[in-house]
Design a protein around this ligand. Structure first.
Ligand code: CP
Ligand code: NVA
Length: 331
């Protein structure tokens, strides 16, 4: 069966069918093979894309830049201070201007509404590189990594998300697990479990795909039999720094450590979208250590550095999967 995603936006995974997601994963594997074997793939020569970042990034920005350049395209990066959007020019007008010059627009920033408004006005494909609500390109890299470690496929596998289960990464993981018939377990204190409306949506999807969505505040119960244990930062970009104290108190029992991994399946892997606070080699990590006396946050250094940790494969896969999204929507 042939797929045609040309002209589509990539704003959230709820907009895509399971077959379309699997097609993007298949395309990602092909691009990874081409890259690994040094086969040029400048399929989109003559096209140009713009990357609009209102929040900081290492992986997403670099993945879009390298993917764009590998595909033969021109790439413009606009940093958080580099455009007039929102301050002097509306989102609608910015979209109409960028759409006249570029073949595709990536946006990373705040409300999901912003990326949806860009898409409604740009006239060219818009890709969500992270909003407060969702992080859909991250998910493709995550599932590609899961399937590299479990060649019999993601379907039926249990993925546990520990930590702030209301954030963009947790939301998107719940959606993709539901779409692909995986078993998703959110493991968090009651205040940080996912929003009921999204849980209901995902449960409905899971009901059709053979997946499962569960919520728990008990680490042993949630992690039992897990194939993947996943976590992310306890305070996301755009949230106030004052939240650290509260989140540290709430989330310390939900750190992914050796004990939590011990409840999982013997071949379980650890994933993290990165950046991660697993030691004190960062400014924030060192400040937290000084203020609260902890040297690791959402994941212990032991787990992060262990053979079960696939976080750098996952980071590399951002590039192959983002390349697939760009290609599929522009070719
Ligand atoms: N995982 C991720 O999105 O990383 P960056 O914030 O560095 O882009
Ligand atoms: N939840 C994190 C993800 C970073 C990739 C944030 O939004 O900061």
């Amino acid at each position: 069966m042939a797929f045609n995603l040309r002209g589509r936006h990539f704003l959230k995974l709820l907009d895509f069918s399971a077959d379309e997601i699997r097609y993007l994963l298949q395309l990602s594997r092909r691009f990874k093979e081409l890259k690994m074997t040094g086969v040029p793939h400048r399929y989109l020569e003559g096209k140009n894309i713009v990357l609009l970042f209102e929040k900081a990034s290492t992986r997403t920005r670099c993945a879009f830049e390298v993917a764009g350049m590998d595909l033969g395209m021109g790439v413009t990066y606009l940093d958080p201070a580099g455009s007039q959007m929102g301050a002097k020019e509306s989102i609608e007008d910015t979209a109409r201007v960028l759409g006249r010059m570029y073949d595709g627009i990536e946006y990373r920033g705040f409300a999901q509404d912003i990326v949806e408004t860009l898409a409604a006005n740009a006239g060219v494909p818009v890709w969500n590189g992270l909003t407060n609500e969702f992080h859909p390109t991250q998910m493709l890299a995550d599932i590609l990594t899961v399937e590299e470690n479990f060649p019999d496929g993601a379907r039926g596998k249990k993925l546990v998300y520990m930590g702030d289960a209301r954030n963009n990464v947790a939301n998107s993981l719940m959606v993709i697990c539901a779409k692909l018939g995986m078993r998703f377990a959110a493991c968090a204190p009651a205040d940080l479990l996912p929003e009921p409306a999204l849980v209901e949506t995902c449960k409905k999807i899971a009901g059709e795909t053979g997946g499962e969505i569960t919520l728990s505040s008990d680490v042993r119960e949630a992690c039992s039999g897990a194939h993947v244990i996943y976590t992310d930062v306890w305070v996301s970009m755009g949230e106030p720094a004052e939240l650290w104290e509260k989140r540290i108190k709430l989330l310390q029992p939900y750190r992914v450590d050796k004990k939590a991994m011990g409840f999982a399946a013997p071949d379980a892997i650890f994933l993290h979208c990165l950046p991660a606070f697993h030691d004190t080699k960062t400014k924030i990590g060192a400040e937290i250590a000084q203020k609260f006396g902890i040297t690791e946050m959402e994941v212990s250094n032991e787990v992060f550095e262990s053979a079960r940790s696939k976080v750098f494969d996952q980071a590399e896969n951002r590039m192959h999967t983002i390349k697939a999204v760009i290609y599929a929507t522009l070719c």
